[in-house]
Design a protein around this ligand. Structure first.
Ligand SMILES: [Zn+2]
Length: 383
């Protein structure tokens, strides 16, 4: 009991008040050979490393011997950070507790098992190029096939090939157009990664996974690393901490909604919606290669709003809401009140933010899809 009291005192020290790996507040587990305090979930991840790497115990539930306290006293989360995170590349995605499991799991393995941030020569994602095979969902039949992916920092692009023997890639994606988001539930694989880019004014979705968690997280961090270097060249005066915010964008929200057509007589159809910053996309199937529609969300001072309820004349569904843009109003409906209020809150937040130059560029690219506007807007195309 004296040891437990010591542990509770240690938990009050700066750094020990949050999980060493995911920063969740009030950790109540510890690895006594590494000397860090952890949340319950990260303690579970430590357990999968094996006791030769990490020996975990609960602060409250387990008995503690004198010898098990020693490393926690001398190391603690602050010193462990200096040791195990000495060389984390600025573009590396450091997980928070609400991130998907594969990112957290590989973070823990990278830190303590592979010691990648003690020995930077182990960071394969920092080499500026990467090649390998990933399973990619076929556009036509929805099955996953092995495809060869090549990332080259010098060319600032990601390519993939259908056959090993092919000289010409199936697609060449400029790194500045590319986004990557882990979507394990949607893809149906715990290592599922959603890649998207803009192709001729439309968003193109690619769904990939690797059987091995390290491989997919290495790809993710390699893309981020190449993107950072590309941005550093493009914006030489910008601060690294600022650029790091723009490497990948997690979606603000995804889910099913009912969507009405433009006329009051139109039926409501169930669509999968993705809120990707200022882009509000809807698809027939969550894994479609292209969305059916993409709504650009501008600044609310310029005629963009969202409000609860349907428009007059439209069928009133229990949890309907309306997204208003200067050119069209979209009548949508959620399946629960909670879901509707989440959508409204997030959509409003996006619209309350004034446009930055990147946003304006995207709006032009999306608007260009409408053929009548193509010629007049072509001259405004930034790239
Ligand atoms: Zn944690």
């Amino acid at each position: 009991e004296q040891n437990r009291r010591k542990l509770l005192d240690l938990l009050k020290l700066p750094g020990n008040d949050e999980c060493a790996d995911c920063r969740r507040k009030d950790p109540d587990w510890a690895s006594y050979n590494i000397g860090v305090f952890l949340c319950k979930e990260c303690a579970g991840l430590h357990r999968t490393l094996g006791s030769h790497i990490s020996k975990v115990r609960s602060v409250h539930l387990d008995n503690w011997e004198d010898s098990q306290i020693v490393t926690l006293e001398t190391m603690g989360n602050r010193n462990a950070l200096l040791k195990y995170e000495a060389h984390v590349p600025p573009s590396y995605r450091r997980p928070l507790h609400d991130d998907v499991t594969v990112i957290k799991e590989q973070w823990v393995r990278a830190k303590y098992e592979r010691e990648e941030f003690i020995y930077p020569d182990r960071q394969v994602y920092e080499h500026g190029s990467m090649e390998g095979w990933l399973y990619k969902r076929g556009k036509e039949d929805g099955r996953f096939y092995p495809r060869r992916f090549v990332l080259r920092e010098g060319e600032a692009c990601l390519k993939y090939y259908v056959k090993e023997s092919h000289k010409e890639p199936k697609a060449t994606i400029h790194i500045s157009e590319l986004n990557a988001v882990f979507c394990p539930d949607k893809i149906g694989n715990k290592h599922g990664l959603h890649l998207s880019y803009v192709k001729e004014g439309s968003t193109r979705n690619l769904f990939v996974y690797s059987e091995d968690g390290k491989t997919i997280v290495d790809w993710y961090n390699a893309l981020r690393s190449v993107k950072l270097h590309h941005l550093q060249v493009a914006f030489p005066g910008a601060k690294e901490t600022e650029l790091v915010q723009h490497l990948t964008r997690d979606f603000l929200k995804e889910g099913w909604l009912w969507k009405s057509g433009p006329r009051t007589t139109d039926q409501h159809r169930r669509r999968w919606f993705t809120l990707d910053d200022r882009k509000f996309m809807y698809l027939e199937d969550p894994l479609d290669a292209y969305p059916k529609g993409e709504i650009f969300l501008g600044y609310h001072g310029e005629g963009y709003t969202v409000r609860p309820g349907a428009l007059p004349g439209f069928k009133e569904q229990p949890f309907s809401f309306t997204v208003v843009t200067p050119t069209r109003k979209f009548v949508l409906a959620s399946e629960t009140e909670k879901d509707r209020s989440e959508w409204i809150t997030l959509l409003s937040k996006v619209m309350e933010r004034p446009l930055n130059p990147h946003d304006s560029n995207m709006s032009i690219n999306l608007v260009r899809k409408r053929p009548t506007l193509t010629s007049s807007l072509q001259i405004l195309k930034v790239r």
